[in-house]
Design a protein around this ligand. Structure first.
Ligand code: BF8
Length: 664
């Protein structure tokens, strides 16, 4: 019998074999044992009241099946998808609210542990929000910005502040079809209301509010969170790091930060380097303190400090099985409750830190935005105290890969044009000339129901071979990083001739790691900048660009997919469709949304077909824009991208002292 491949990562597979010999269970085993319910999986199960659950099945279910109340399959499937959007939006946005409260606490001096690290970004945001910043103390500006952001959560009417950041034409479409978001909380609440028993029953009408809610996520929750994280902790710029299980050190205290929020993790990174903390670790027999990351908290501290990542979602139990993690500090989202069970077999302490999230079998050390350093110190000391309890038993994997991350949209603009000519022009030109065929946003989770990270790897290889520039986030980035794909060498070895030329000239990998899942908002900004630059589409819709989440599993991914679709990006998700039971709902998400917004949401389980569809969309957009037909190795004329040497010459000649993003 052929061996079942559970993960495309050789290190993960090694740990899984090690675990199997010891009868240790993981999400991969549970996924194999627990087949999804085929009725719920395709969106045909209604459980919004207690007359059910009603299962809308049968040969002609789309037309004939009904729940006890009379709800039809399109109603039920649309409601199920809409509730996923609402939950995903709530998750990103509640994280974002905490960021806004942290910014306010810093601005008012209630917390002294953080300062405004990127005043330039603060002023940029203040300018967008209409906050006066010239000649004012930084903290006064930050206070006004935080308060305006907080209003966006509870706004009852009007529109979110950041809607105006989108290209005019994109905004017009939103207005025309009634999806311009008002307040973030309002859209989530209305979505939950409208999908309760006996309220909104027309699938299209339900999903229109679904898109409005999703837009509140993308242009609200996610974008606000990204901006505040940059203001407080610094806007990312290219930075080296490492990925995979080999990041843990045998002779140091290994403390892992896992979840999504950057605040406590930032404090942990800062406090862990204090001499008294290092001394404390030494007093326990360790040589120092090694901070590692997991999932999106990892992405946050990787982007700004080069903290190494152990990988994405499916790696969390496996990381504990290395036997090397002394403490795993978790905040919110994508934390498997199973990790406390696994940790019992090892010495790892699981620490919950959010007032919103507790777990059976974990120690709770609560973080709040007023004194993060104190909590950080307590966690670090606990990790150090646990170092001597380390057992010899563990899979002790040593493989790790170098990577370059830290590509904010600001840095991409700078790297393309240089400090004094920062611009998206060279990217647009390269696309117009056919050097770059198009852009793919690769996002979303890794999933134990497929060979985990395997579809990411397949697509990335094929896409860059086809001269597609990839911008990646979340566990998509972690999957690429843990495969060693986030290096410039990846372009030299695997990219098509046009993309390779661009990557070589600029000195970048063909896959640009933009950060955590909330940083998908950076992709919205990049697409907006491309539209504003000219020469391609004058709105986000119609760009030779596609979003792909090949191994998604989270409701947050659905919210993200829908905000891209409503913003004008065709999106392809892997796996079975969660609304596959309804033809009407499927048609709305693909054909109707395409007509209205130039975006769509497809579900396609076959990787080769995902690739085919992505290329089809990209080439169709090129044709519609009357761009040069893409032919590998044959380019039209475009401006020559400046390499680093040429940029240095300009820099030497130019007058120094201009503020801006520092060159790394
Ligand atoms: O927010 S990609 S598994 S960790 S949901 Fe979760 Fe999915 Fe990872 Fe980050 Ni995004």
């Amino acid at each position: 019998m052929d061996k079942v491949i559970r993960s495309a990562s050789t290190s993960a597979e090694e740990i899984l074999e090690w675990a199997e010999e010891r009868k240790l269970e993981t999400c991969f085993d549970r996924a194999a044992k627990l087949k999804p319910c085929p009725i719920g999986e395709t969106g045909a199960c209604c459980r919004v009241c207690h007359m059910g659950p009603c299962r809308l099945i049968g040969k002609n279910a789309e037309k004939e099946a009904m729940g006890v109340c009379g709800a039809t399959l399109p109603t039920v499937a649309a409601r199920n998808l809409a509730r996923m959007i609402a939950a995903g939006t709530a998750a990103h946005s509640d994280h974002s609210r905490d960021m806004a409260n942290t910014l306010l606490a810093v601005a008012t001096g209630e917390t002294k542990d953080f300062q405004i690290k990127d005043a330039k970004k603060l002023y940029k945001v203040a300018g967008i929000l209409g906050v006066e910043f010239e000649g004012r103390p930084v903290n006064d500006v930050a206070k006004d910005v935080a308060e305006i952001f907080l209003q966006d959560f509870g706004r009852q009417n009007g529109e979110l502040n950041y809607c105006k950041r989108a290209p005019k034409k994109t905004q017009e479409r939103w207005k025309k079809y009634g999806v311009t978001p008002r307040g973030i909380d309002r859209e989530v609440v209305e979505m939950m209301h409208r999908t309760a028993v006996g309220v909104d029953h027309e699938a299209d009408h339900i999903l229109t509010q679904g898109l409005r809610t999703a837009l509140a996520d993308g242009w609200g929750g996610c974008m606000i969170s990204t901006d505040i994280s940059d203001i407080l902790f610094g806007t990312p710029r290219p930075i080296k790091a490492e990925a995979s299980f080999g990041i843990f050190k045998e002779d140091e205290v290994n403390l892992v930060v896992h979840g999504h929020e950057p605040t406590l993790a930032e404090a942990i990174v800062a406090v862990a380097s204090k001499p008294e903390m290092v001394e404390y670790a030494k007093s326990k027999g360790a040589k120092g303190i090694n901070i590692g990351g997991m999932c999106c908290t990892a992405n946050e501290v990787l982007m700004r400090h080069g903290i190494p990542t152990a990988g994405g979602f499916t790696n969390q139990e496996l990381a504990i099985m290395t036997g090397l993690i002394d403490a795993l500090s978790v905040d919110v989202q994508c934390i498997m409750p199973a990790i406390t069970e696994v940790s019992k077999k090892f010495h790892t302490k699981i620490i919950t830190t959010s007032p919103k999230a507790k777990m059976y079998g974990a120690v709770h050390i609560e973080h709040n935005e007023h004194n993060p350093n104190k909590t950080a110190e307590e966690i670090i000391r606990l990790a150090c105290d646990n170092f001597p309890n380390r057992k010899a038993e563990g899979s002790h994997i040593t493989q790790k890969y170098p990577l370059i991350g830290g590509f904010s949209d600001e840095y991409i603009e700078y790297m393309l044009g240089g400090r004094w000519r920062a611009s998206y022009r060279p990217l647009n030109d390269a696309i117009m000339a056919g050097r770059i065929r198009g852009v793919v946003g690769l996002a979303g989770c890794d999933n134990p129901r497929v060979p985990a990270t395997g579809i990411h790897k397949f697509l990335v290889n094929e896409l860059i071979k086809n001269d597609i520039l990839i911008v990646s986030t979340g566990c998509g980035s972690a999957a690429c990083a843990s495969a060693g794909y986030l290096t410039p060498e990846m372009a030299l070895e695997n990219a098509g001739p046009g993309l390779r030329e661009v990557c070589e000239a600029v000195g970048i990998p063909p896959i640009l790691h933009l950060g955590a899942c909330v940083d998908n908002s950076r992709i919205l900004t990049i697409a907006t900048n491309m539209a504003k630059e000219g020469g391609l589409s004058d709105e986000i819709g119609g760009m030779p660009a596609v979003g792909i989440a090949p191994e998604w599993m989270s409701e947050k991914a659905i919210a993200i997919g829908c905000y891209f679709a409503a913003s004008g990006v065709p999106v392809i998700f892997g796996g079975e469709s969660p609304v596959g039971a309804s033809k009407e709902v499927t048609k709305i998400m693909t054909e109707v949304w395409m007509e209205r917004f130039k975006g769509a949401l497809h579900f396609e389980p076959v990787p080769e077909k995902m690739l085919e569809l992505a290329l089809k969309y990209i080439d169709a957009a090129r044709d519609a824009l009357k761009l040069r037909k893409y032919e590998p190795g044959k380019f039209g004329t475009d401006r020559v991208l400046m390499d680093m040497a040429a940029r240095r010459e300009i820099k030497a000649a130019a007058h120094t002292g201009v503020g801006g993003i520092n060159e790394s």
